[in-house]
Design a protein around this ligand. Structure first.
Ligand SMILES: Nc1ncnc2c1ncn2[C@@H]1O[C@H](COP(=O)(O)OP(=O)(O)OP(=O)(O)O)[C@@H](O)[C@H]1O
Ligand SMILES: [Mg+2]
Length: 246
């Protein structure tokens, strides 16, 4: 069992207070991160992955130890799929994954078993052509695959299902679900139904703050007249128009 704790995590950009006193304890399981454009989802995932630095005073601990002190030990436990990422069009999927595996410090023999494993998980084993010839959804799946290299204990996926066709969304949803026992998985998405049934907890961010947090069922139960309602209704209650209650 892993524990990731964030205490009073703040992030200011020049004008913008993008993340406000974010305090949370994550344990093994799936966390769905929802919120409108600009809510702070990517900022949070970038901070947890140590790609951007939070304001001073923010504290992030992995199993009780500060992530900065853990350094490469922490990064070895981490798989991250950023929202924006460029791929190398002239590479094949295998070459791209070999490159990422090397960056992550995987041994050559480990990479040799890991690359086919993750390619199979995202149904890309058959494709040996250059990434430049991939469809948008195939590229997206390759980015998911690289986050799974080395079987990490902390997996951060920033809008993994964006641009996927319905069948692939189901495949990716099942894949995420299969990670629940062994890892902390934090998934940001705009597609509410992608996390509704698989997330152990839903975190709704609004203007850099936690607006609501709980199991899907508990969030729905808090709705007035909640019979027959779903997570999209919860989202609309937080962000929709005033017509919601009618
Ligand atoms: N590098 C940056 N410089 C200045 N402001 C930034 C920077 N990155 C993010 N912001 C601001 O911080 C806020 C949170 O942005 P963030 O990207 O975390 O939102 P998000 O919830 O991921 O949105 P989206 O759903 O569009 O991906 C926004 O107001 C954004 O404009
Ligand atoms: Mg984002």
């Amino acid at each position: 069992m892993q524990i990731l704790t964030l205490t009073n995590v703040n992030k200011h950009y020049k004008q913008k207070h993008a993340l406000k006193n974010f305090t949370y304890e994550f344990q093994n399981g799936i966390y769905g991160l929802l919120g409108p454009n600009g809510a702070g989802k990517s900022t949070l995932l970038n901070i947890i992955s140590d790609n951007i630095t939070a304001d001073s005073g923010s504290e992030i601990k992995w199993n009780g130890e500060n992530i900065r002190a853990l350094g490469s030990k922490y990064r070895a436990e981490l798989g991250f799929m950023p929202q924006q990422q460029s791929l190398y069009d002239t590479f094949t999927a295998v070459r791209f994954l070999s490159y990422i595996a090397a960056l992550k410090g995987l041994s050559k023999s480990k990479a040799k078993t890991e690359i086919p494993r993750v390619l199979e998980k995202v149904e890309l084993s058959e494709y040996s052509k250059h990434i430049g010839g991939f469809s948008g959804g195939m590229k997206q799946r390759l980015l998911i695959a690289q986050a799974l290299l080395g079987d990490p204990r902390l997996i951060l996926l920033d809008e993994p299902t964006a641009g996927l066709d319905p069948k692939q969304r189901v495949i990716i949803r099942r894949l995420i679900e299969s990670l629940r026992e062994k890892a902390i998985v934090i998934v940001s998405t705009h597609i509410v139904s992608d996390v509704e049934s698989i997330a152990d907890r839903i975190i709704i961010l609004k203007d850099g703050e936690i607006n609501a947090d709980g199991t899907t069922e508990s969030l729905i139960a808090r709705l007035p007249d909640h019979c027959g309602k779903n997570l999209e209704n919860v989202y609309m209650q937080h962000f929709g128009d005033k017509e919601y209650d009618t």
